[in-house]
Ligand binder design. Structure first.
Ligand SMILES: [Zn+2]
Ligand SMILES: [Zn+2]
Length: 777
């Protein structure tokens, strides 16, 4: 045992200590710059037969794609996405019979498979930044950059599996995480967190479109910024509107498939050069190694090499990335949406497999494109992009253009379109669902105004004593109403609902569904001025990406605790989020003001790694500590019996027309008409919960501590090690592609086939006994 511990200490902890020391040292030394780091390579590695010299090299991405071609490509994708969305609507209507239900529009019926959940996570988490910013950090810090980007954003998705299963067991009827907060802590806390959730969606959407427009305008001739914004938001709006979240599940699948195909294409071109492309000076891992080996890297890296994990800049980026992404995932309604849409156990495995698949995109993309940028720069003897262009995220488009010409430009255009489309639509739906469920339905125009939480929405009476409303499943008038709505009639409007208990509420939900469509339209249109504003303020992708955590980091721990800890209370939640945010912003500005030029050089100094690092860590840390301490102090009378009462509040969040009880019909239970109790739920999902906690924690420790520590222990990679490293990134991408392309397809076809057979059996039974049709409500 003692031997084991000391062994672990030397193998794992020591490299970590070295890393921390290096960061500190680099801060003291500052960066040395001035000499061209790429000058030493031409004579060593490259063989320039045509005798080109550094003077002839053009810096930057040249816009060569014709505007007409680009528009054609975009319109083609728009039409294709719309067709996919239409196919989804048809499947819902004719196979599952639940197309005109408000909840389906948001959560796809709550029965999404593992494969599709994973696909959605992958395409939703693939921001433009994933493709661009990861290559930026690779070109700045070398091989550690891609790893920190990928690992530092994968663990949040994997850990989200824990929140996903907790939400499913404690608030199975909730549609947004804010509804849980409202049910437990009341109005003030709810409003506070609505504001933070709004900020999150705003920052994510802005960074998404900012990067998207930067790439589009850099590649397409004569494309103005305004037109690029309009094109992107039109593409997002068009297919989101057609099929709600459900359509995004299907379109996500095609997006992910395309992203992985493009990624593999780039990997094969860079590392294997199968067509002997003369523009590609790399073509193998060992050639890549030779280029990287001769470049004079940043001073924070061990031996000034790009081939090391001991990199102060890389590590600092890694920490900011880990901290910042917690906010971007936990506080973003769109991830909660994916978890709500899946069955409990499928959700857990969906998030875990989605996280591991997604890892390949930034890791392999940046190990390929970011390092190729360094190699190409070394080949031509000078940096091919200015530092500003690198921060704009132009590394991948430049590499694609240099290596593959026009084909490469189209590959980049498609990748960016895919990233913007899927994440953009997920964000738009997330905002729309917050507006509909948490603002309109809660404050502006609730179905029944001023009733206490314990009263029935339908009749307004106390639920335990006075309410006599029958459950919707046993209501024969409702069966007739639904049957009437599904059968064809000759009137221009739908006939009135006859049910006196549920009829009006059914109409209220239909009205909300109609508002949702308008909401999506307005939110999409709003993205255009948002991006123009960000551009006018000259915010860049790197800045915005790192700033996310400073702004919303303080809410991460309060949000996680709101669904896992019964003792937390309203004062703790609000104090943690608000004070944490103020402290984060304050410490960020103070650190920035220490730099030369102070705050007058705002974007430059606030964007420095150390300002962002301090801001991010203070925000997440103080938010959590304040929240826990305040809850412990103000909620001292809390007893263990109160826990059950606390979770009963969240279990009451429900839609009376589509009670969550329905989602659990298949569970092995005796009394199927009564809600399973809290204890029963805990027992049923015990193994899923253990899986989520164990897998989440083990994978996180491996990804952000053990693996990087081992890499740091290797110090500077030699040729064999680097070839191994490049090989790992390629194999990961191939395996991930195989998984994400085959599994969702097989599962979905299987699901539709099973439902089709079930419908047939049901139809036959109905004919036999001639009972009214049991349409899904
Ligand atoms: Zn009632
Ligand atoms: Zn009814």
């Amino acid at each position: 045992m003692t031997y084991c511990l000391s062994h672990l200490a030397t193998k794992v902890l020591w490299p970590v200590v070295i890393l921390i020391f290096q960061v500190w040292q680099a801060r003291c030394n500052g960066q040395t710059a001035g000499v061209n780091p790429f000058s030493g390579c031409q004579s060593n590695v490259t063989t320039h037969e045509n005798g080109s010299t550094a003077a002839e090299v053009r810096v930057g991405v040249v816009p060569t794609v014709q505007l007409g071609n680009a528009l054609g490509l975009i319109v083609g994708f728009g039409v294709f996405a719309a067709l996919v969305a239409l196919a989804f609507s048809l499947v819902r209507r004719f196979v599952y019979h639940d197309a005109d239900n408000l909840d389906t529009a948001f959560d796809a019926g709550g029965k999404v498979s593992i494969g599709l959940t994973a696909t959605t996570i992958v395409s939703q988490w693939t921001w433009s930044a994933t493709l661009l910013q990861s290559a930026t950090v690779a070109s700045k810090y070398g091989i550690s950059g891609p790893f920190w980007y990928a690992a530092g954003a994968t663990i949040q998705v994997i850990l989200f599996a824990i929140l996903s299963i907790e939400l499913k067991t404690k608030a199975p009827g909730a549609k947004t995480f804010l509804q849980v907060i409202k049910a437990r802590f009341g109005t003030t806390t709810h409003v506070t967190f609505c504001v933070f959730a709004g900020f999150t969606n705003l920052v994510v959407t802005a960074s998404l479109l900012l990067a998207g427009t930067a790439v589009l305008t850099s590649l397409v001739q004569g494309l103005s910024l305004e037109l690029a914004c309009m094109i992107l938001s039109a593409v997002i709006g068009a297919y989101t509107l057609i099929g709600g979240l459900g359509a995004t599940f299907y379109v996500s699948y095609f997006n992910t498939t395309l992203i992985f195909s493009m990624l593999l294409l780039l990997v094969i071109e860079v590392y294997y050069n199968p067509y002997e492309n003369s523009r590609n000076p790399i073509g193998s891992s060992s050639k890549m190694y030779q280029f990287l080996d001769c470049i004079n890297g940043p001073s924070g890296n061990e031996e000034n090499s790009y081939l090391t994990f001991i990199s102060s800049g890389g590590l600092m980026f890694g920490v900011i990335n880990i901290v910042g992404n917690f906010g971007a995932v936990f506080c973003d309604q769109s991830y909660w949406q994916s978890s709500i849409a899946a069955k409990p156990i499928q959700g857990v495995w969906g998030f875990i497999s989605g996280g591991l698949t997604w890892f390949a995109i930034p890791f392999t993309m940046a190990t390929t494109m970011g390092l190729s940028y360094l190699a190409l720069s070394a080949d031509s003897g000078q940096a091919l992009l200015t530092p500003t262009q690198i921060d704009q995220g132009l590394v991948p488009p430049l590499v694609a253009q240099k290596l593959l010409g026009t084909a490469g430009e189209f590959v980049m255009l498609m990748l960016i379109l895919m990233a913007v489309m899927s994440t953009g639509s997920a964000e738009v739906i997330a905002v729309a669902s917050i507006i509909i469920y948490d603002i309109y339905k809660t404050y502006i125009n609730p179905y029944r105004k001023d009733i206490p939480e314990s009263h029935c929405v339908l009749c307004g009476k106390d639920m335990t004593h006075e309410c006599t409303c029958i459950p919707v499943t046993q209501c024969s008038a409702c069966h007739e109403d639904v049957h009437e709505a599904h059968s064809t009639h000759k009137l221009g409007v739908k006939p009135f609902n006859k049910c006196t208990t549920h009829g009006l509420y059914r109409e209220y939900l239909a009205m909300l569904l109609n508002y949702k469509s308008w909401c999506i339209l307005w939110v999409t249109a709003f993205t255009i001025p948002l991006v123009l504003l960000c551009n006018a303020a000259s915010l860049n992708l790197s800045w915005l990406y790192l700033f996310t955590g400073v702004l919303i980091g303080s809410t991460v721990i309060p949000i996680s605790l709101s669904i896992t800890w019964s003792r937390i209370n309203a004062p703790g939640m609000v104090a943690g989020a608000v004070c944490g945010c103020i402290l984060g912003l304050g410490s960020w500005l103070v650190t920035a003001s220490q730099h030369e030029g102070g705050l007058s050089d705002f974007i430059q100094n606030t964007g420095k790694e150390d300002s962002m690092l301090v801001g991010n860590c203070v925000a997440i840390g103080s938010g959590g500590i304040i929240c826990i301490v305040v809850s412990l102090i103000t909620n001292r009378r809390f007893k263990s019996e109160d826990a059950v009462k606390e979770w009963e509040k969240t279990r009451n969040v429900d839609n009376p027309l589509n009670p969550w009880l329905h989602l659990y019909e298949d569970l092995p239970r005796e009394n199927k008409d009564e809600r399973p109790s809290h204890e029963e739920f805990l027992k049923i999902f015990r193994s899923a919960k253990i899986t989520a906690y164990v897998a989440g924690i083990i994978l996180s420790v491996v990804l952000i501590i053990i693996w990087p520590a081992i890499m740091a222990g290797l110090r500077v990679l030699n040729e064999t090690m680097f070839i191994g490293w490049a090989y790992v990134s390629q194999v990961w991408a191939f395996l991930a592609a195989a998984f994400i392309i085959s599994v969702p397809l097989v599962q979905e076809i299987w699901g539709i086939w099973r439902q089709y057979k079930r419908n047939k059996v049901k139809d036959m039974q109905e004919e036999k006994y001639a009972v009214p049709p049991q349409t899904k409500l």
